[in-house]
Write a protein of this length. Structure first.
Length: 63
């Protein structure tokens, strides 16, 4: 019976820091993703001052 206590102690010594490290990494990555989304610049297609196509692409531009 005492051997099972040592096994539980060994799992706790290894398992608890491992679980804490995984949680810390998940929180860190989620914060970094949120920062990247906050400073993301919209692509040129979404900017309102553009027509959405380059000049000279259509035949009507040749008139």
């Amino acid at each position: 019976m005492p051997n099972s206590y040592f096994a539980l102690l060994d799992m706790a010594i290894v398992g608890v820091p491992t679980i804490l490290f995984v949680i810390w990494q998940l929180v860190s990555i989620n914060r970094e993703i949120a920062r990247d989304k906050a400073k993301k610049v919209p692509p040129p297609e979404e900017l309102p001052e553009r027509a959405g196509h380059p000049i000279g692409e259509h035949r009507l531009d040749d008139r």
